[in-house]
Design a protein around this ligand. Structure first.
Ligand SMILES: Nc1ncnc2c1ncn2[C@@H]1O[C@H](COP(=O)(O)OP(=O)(O)OP(=O)(O)O)[C@@H](O)[C@H]1O
Ligand SMILES: [Mg+2]
Length: 249
């Protein structure tokens, strides 16, 4: 199976403190990989190092290499990299504009001018995110007037407008109720046919329901990575087993 991202000896230091230590792992194409581990273990930092967001913070030092396909991401400019690797954060963050403008923001920024093409992107990506039917008649409505679940799906749709290969999601359901969480989980399952998905989640049941692979982080280290079924049924490391049984946070 093809590895779309290869992470080699990744270390991240913030304010002279090692936050991530020698992380080695591969992300499989068109699969869902869940990153799990207790609060503060470095999940968000890991996600942000995959699309150069961490580099934009102060006092950050990075060692090691990350390959997107054959290309070292060191040699890809942040803005370009983020076209390939989109990030959806924990709380929905629509721009304070219309739904339509949220959806055309990136395409226009990257130079698309043709109204027909833009309309097509808006429709297609809202459909991909399972939101189109709910908003089709009202694309001029402010995105801030959508419900929380709709806003999160809009953020996913917006992340898709630059046609990324990889979608990173940092606890995308933590502010949502069960129904909206279900919708997003079903959506991610479907999207993994087209996109590679890396999702951080605190929710082990969610990881079990939707992921193909699990990476368990503890204290800045990758303890274990494997197929989801195997991680749950026969973890290799005692710490993974303890975490899955609910012994750590
Ligand atoms: N910009 C920063 N400046 C200083 N320390 C930071 C910064 N970002 C993260 N850290 C530290 O790095 C460690 C890992 O943080 P990170 O946010 O990656 O954890 P996490 O696993 O996502 O936690 P949570 O589950 O609570 O979201 C924490 O100790 C945190 O305090
Ligand atoms: Mg986090």
């Amino acid at each position: 199976m093809e590895n779309i991202l290869k992470i080699k000896d990744l270390e991240v230091e913030i304010d002279n403190r090692k936050i991530l230590k020698k992380i080695n792992l591969d992300i499989k194409k068109n699969k869902i990989t869940a990153i799990i581990g207790p609060s503060g273990c470095g999940k968000t930092t890991f996600l942000k190092s995959l699309n150069h967001l961490i580099q934009e913070e102060n006092n950050v030092k990075i060692n090691g290499d990350i390959f997107l396909g054959e290309k070292n991401i060191k040699n890809i400019e942040g803005e370009i990299l983020r076209k390939h690797i989109g990030l959806v954060s924990q709380t929905p963050t629509p721009f304070p504009f219309s739904i339509y403008k949220n959806m055309t923001y990136a395409p226009i920024y990257y130079g698309e001018k043709d109204k027909k093409v833009l309309d097509k992107i808006v429709k297609e990506k809202l459909e991909d995110a399972g939101l189109y039917e709910e908003v089709a008649d009202d694309l001029k409505k402010s995105a801030l007037k959508l419900s929380g679940g709709q806003q999160q799906r809009l953020c996913i749709a917006r992340a898709l407008t630059s046609d990324p290969e990889i979608l990173l999601l940092d606890e995308p359901c933590s502010a949502l109720d069960v129904q909206n969480t279900n919708k997003i989980e079903n959506l991610l399952k479907k999207l993994s046919n087209k996109y590679t998905i890396v999702i951080v989640t605190h929710n082990l049941f969610q990881a079990k329901r939707i992921s193909d692979y699990i990476a368990f982080f503890l204290d800045g280290q990758l303890i274990e990575m494997g197929e989801t079924d195997k991680i749950f049924s026969s973890p290799k490391d005692k710490r993974t087993e303890e975490y899955i049984k609910g012994i750590y946070g």
